[in-house]
Design a protein. Structure first.
Length: 154
């Protein structure tokens, strides 16, 4: 089993994101995972769950914060996403990475610390879209406008 730590948007925004993703019948992302912003990727989050108490303690020390989803972006032609606006999520990410202490190899594999780019994925080629659909999705979300989401990181 693979674990990650993420923030999910409130249900009303989650429904809008799911509906947007479903505009493309080839997009299987909703079948795999609910809309979320990854705060800490899989690296170091092992099946034995020895890391879980450190995560709880780290999160309890972090004050609540707001974030917003803004401009669409992409990772090459393989992933389209909404950007996340707040520095607090980067701070939380760094605290969690330090609490879990994954190897440098895992940090590199999962694009953590300085390589971390908070985002909410809308679609990716790995889950069924082709490169043209990725670009289409990016253009359409720009035309619709972006979702504003407020969440608590408790």
């Amino acid at each position: 089993m693979k674990y990650f730590i993420g923030i999910t948007p409130p249900d009303d925004y989650k429904e809008k994101i799911v509906a947007f993703r479903d505009l493309w019948s080839s997009n299987r992302l909703n079948d795999v995972v609910e809309p979320h912003i990854t705060v800490k990727a899989q690296g170091g989050l092992t099946v034995d769950l020895h890391w879980l108490e450190s995560v709880r303690q780290t999160c309890s020390l972090m004050p609540s914060f707001q974030l917003s989803l803004s401009e669409p972006g992409s990772f090459g032609s393989a992933v389209t996403f909404l950007s996340v606006e707040t520095s607090n999520i980067i701070e939380l990410h760094r605290y969690l990475v330090k609490a879990i202490s994954p190897s440098q190899e895992l940090l590199d594999r999962y694009f953590e610390m300085d390589k971390y780019h908070p985002h909410l994925t809308l679609g990716q080629t790995y889950w069924g879209l082709n490169e043209t659909e990725i670009e289409e999705m990016k253009l359409l979300i720009k035309g619709i406008g972006c979702f504003l989401v407020y969440v608590m990181a408790d």
